[in-house]
Design a protein around this ligand. Structure first.
Ligand code: PMP
Length: 407
């Protein structure tokens, strides 16, 4: 295990004081803070290697290209894929849209079923609704139980509809639920569906191996795992990516361009039109190295420990109702709750006045909140720099809510 109090020293932003108080940052699910190693790696790239890739037949261009390709290799190794299967995108949202438009538009037709879940982030719902609108396919959703788990009986029933695609989240951003993704992927493959996994909240907190999961595509964002904003990854099986159409077209992804038609280059560039975010890729490598130094198993243990401690303390506050499973083994990274009689935005405002930063609203999971009958919730989410003291400060600040609202 590592010492989060020590880890905090690597994060310049956490040294800031607001209103004379140390920052309690409990919004890592939205975006994580960045260690100085990541910030320095990005600066170093711009100070020493910056040039556009491939195009310049000069030293800086070569260095920049090499850094991008080394980043691809590091990421591939980290998630258990091949480097040509790693497509750089901006974020999870773009990765899912790439599959929706690059695979969905060509492979779905009227009355085909796209199976997603009630637990999805809007990023794994709306692109499928758009593809359904254009192709005549239908979106079905696996139900969520009152405990905040995917209803496995309902999943089996929905698989009887023979969906062409199952698009599901590994770790829920709103509930923290860890879904049994390996087993669910197996079941989907048995009926011939392809599987896309939204790993945005999984990669920051646990070991992810796409081979072990067995999925066909895996999407994640760099900014939630200590890396910079603006870089994300779509991993896909080579044979599937090879058959897909490009999502964005233009420079950098073509083989030949004629007046009346063009041909595409090989993977992975086929999906990477335009100038890539090399600095972002370099920063993401630095984030992976940072997590590797801590040991991703230790990151998971730390996260589990915080979840146990947080669940216990937060649930003890009068008026608080925790959403999602109570068993820390089944959750990761975050705890969402409601406060009886006080709107989540009001709770968040009071917490902010105490230097405690949380997220309030429906966290881009409106269908889930509707299903649970909750208008909005407060979410506290962790990362490697989150300490026991952060949770204690949260609970103290929650008592302030009681004082102010008298609830
Ligand atoms: N899926 C999940 C589960 C998420 O938590 C998020 C970010 N909140 C996204 C998708 C979208 O990620 P991004 O905004 O980086 O595209």
């Amino acid at each position: 295990m590592f010492e989060p109090e020590e880890i905090r020293k690597d994060f310049p932003i956490l040294q800031r004081k607001i209103g004379g108080k140390e920052i309690v940052y409990l919004d890592s699910g939205a975006t994580s803070q960045k260690p100085k190693q990541v910030i320095e790696a990005i600066s170093k790239y711009y100070e020493t290697n910056n040039a556009n890739v491939h195009r310049g037949a000069h030293t800086l261009g070569d260095e920049s290209t090499q850094l991008l390709e080394e980043a691809r290799e590091t990421i591939a190794k980290w998630i258990g894929g091949k480097s040509e299967e790693v497509i750089f995108v901006r974020n999870t949202t773009e990765a899912i849209n790439l599959v929706a438009y690059g695979w969905g538009l060509d492979n779905l037709k009227k009355d085909d079923v796209i199976l997603t879940t009630e637990m999805e982030h809007h990023s794994n719902i709306v692109p499928w609704q758009e593809v359904a609108r254009r192709t005549g396919a239908k979106v079905e959703m696996v139900k969520v139980t009152s405990e905040g788990l995917l209803d496995q009986d309902n999943y089996k029933d929905k698989l009887k509809l023979k969906p062409k695609l199952v698009a599901m989240v590994q770790v829920s951003n709103a509930l923290g639920t860890i879904n049994p993704i390996v087993e669910m992927t197996k079941q989907a493959h048995k009926i011939g569906a392809l599987v896309l996994v939204d790993g945005a909240q999984a990669v920051p907190h646990m070991k992810v191996d796409v081979q072990k999961i067995g999925c066909d595509w895996y999407a994640f964002s760099g900014h939630k795992m200590l890396g910079p904003m603006g870089i994300g990854v779509l991993w896909g099986k080579k044979e599937i990516l090879n058959k897909m159409s490009p999502f964005l077209t233009g420079g950098g992804m073509i083989s030949e361009v004629y007046v009346d038609h063009s041909t595409w280059t090989e993977l992975p560039e086929k999906f990477e039109a335009g100038t890539p975010n090399v600095a972002g890729a370099v920063g993401l490598v630095s984030a992976i190295e940072y997590l590797d130094r801590l040991g991703i198993e230790n990151v998971r243990e730390h996260d589990k420990w915080l979840t146990v401690y947080g669940l216990q303390l937060i649930a003890g506050v009068e008026g608080v109702e925790i959403l999602g499973p109570r068993d820390a083994e089944l959750r990761s990274g975050s705890i969402s709750f409601t406060y009886t009689g006080v709107h989540a935005h009001d709770v968040a405002t009071v917490l902010d006045s105490q230097g405690v930063m949380v997220r309030s609203g429906y966290h881009c999971t409106m269908p889930l909140h509707n299903k649970l009958g909750v208008v909005a919730s407060v979410r506290v989410s962790f990362n490697v720099y989150t300490t026991k003291n952060d949770i204690d400060r949260l609970v103290e600040a929650l008592l302030e809510v009681k004082k102010i609202f008298g609830k």
